[in-house]
Design a protein around this ligand. Structure first.
Ligand SMILES: Nc1ncnc2c1ncn2[C@@H]1O[C@H](COP(=O)(O)OP(=O)(O)OP(=O)(O)O)[C@@H](O)[C@H]1O
Ligand SMILES: CC(C)(CO)[C@@H](O)C(=O)[O-]
Ligand code: BAL
Length: 277
């Protein structure tokens, strides 16, 4: 695997590759890699000739400084995981390489920024679109791969790609879970053993909702799902919503629905979701 830390060195290498008319797949990550990230590399390898993973803990998307400072950075382990997965190129820049001058990023995501993650993490999607636009512009991939775990992020990036006519095909890859159902996440390693058990309520509430979706009215489903989060002082539910899977809007009928959750477990904020039909 080739590894680059500067934009210029990556750009030079990509220029030589692109003369050969290869199909390039991009997998943006913040590192602390797990099987969820590996699955994105694997899907990219199926569709593309060259797969580039980026590892960059992007400061502009953190609305909580403590969360940024605590974000895990096991870069040696990450490199081994990428090698084993057959990733071709790693781009792992320092912060100053991506943000060298004070800069303005005015892109407005629109309605998606007013609900769920957009509402609870002010400024988050501004930072996400800022860095993803930079990465898209630098790599100019044919395809880019994201996880459905960050479902709203996928919709936001899709909208940005359309708004700027970037011509990059986006793939949303399925959520990879631990065997007991917890969605894999880099932040899971911060959970204590009791928090790890409590965190299971998140996927349990989603499986419950999916199982009963066709037989219960939405209001009852939601009321029952919320019960998964009561009576446990480690859990602090931010939202549990059942909405349309295209615009994250209230449902007009029981079609194309998704349930999305954000919950703090101890001090660790986790998100998860599940398609319901
Ligand atoms: N369990 C998973 N299954 C599939 N894709 C995933 C999973 N977890 C993360 N991804 C995807 O990997 C990409 C990089 O995500 P990121 O590096 O932020 O990892 P993460 O595990 O989501 O970390 P965290 O949520 O703690 O920030 C994103 O597109 C994300 O949706
Ligand atoms: C897309 C991303 C790599 C941008 O920093 C990040 O939001 C993530 O890991 O999902
Ligand atoms: N995977 C989402 C990145 C974040 O929580 O900032």
């Amino acid at each position: 695997m080739k590894s680059f830390k500067t934009k210029d060195s990556l750009k030079n290498y990509l220029q030589s590759l692109k003369k050969g008319n290869v199909k390039i797949g991009l997998v943006p990550t913040m590192g602390a890699l797990h099987q969820g990230h590996v699955s994105l590399i694997e899907v990219s390898k199926k569709h593309c000739d060259i797969t580039i993973a980026t590892i960059f803990v992007n400061p502009t998307q953190f609305n909580n400084v403590d969360d940024l400072l605590k974000y895990p950075k096991p870069i040696n382990q990450d490199q081994k995981i990428l090698e084993a997965a057959g990733c071709d190129i790693l781009f792992n820049p320092e912060t100053r390489e991506m943000y060298d001058d004070p800069e303005v990023w005015d892109y407005e995501v629109g309605e998606l920024n007013t609900v769920l993650e957009g509402y609870f993490r002010p400024g988050h999607y501004k930072g996400v679109t800022q860095i993803v636009y930079k990465l898209f512009n630098l790599v100019k991939p044919d395809l880019a791969f994201f996880g459905q775990k960050d479902y709203q992020q996928f919709l936001v990036i899709k909208k940005m790609t359309e708004d700027f006519n970037l011509g990059i095909k986006l793939y949303a890859c399925p959520i990879i879970r631990e065997t007991d159902g917890l969605a894999m996440s880099s932040r899971n390693i911060r959970l204590s053993p009791t928090e790890r058990i409590a965190a299971l309520q998140i996927s349990k509430s989603l499986y419950f909702t999916k199982k009963n979706y066709t037989v219960m009215p939405i209001a009852d489903l939601k009321e029952k799902a919320l019960k998964f989060y009561t009576n446990n002082s480690l859990l602090n539910l931010e939202y549990f919503e059942i909405v349309s899977n295209d615009g994250l809007k209230p449902l007009s009928n029981k079609k194309n629905a998704i349930a999305l959750v954000a919950c703090t477990v101890g001090n660790t904020r986790l998100i998860d979701n599940m398609m319901l039909d």
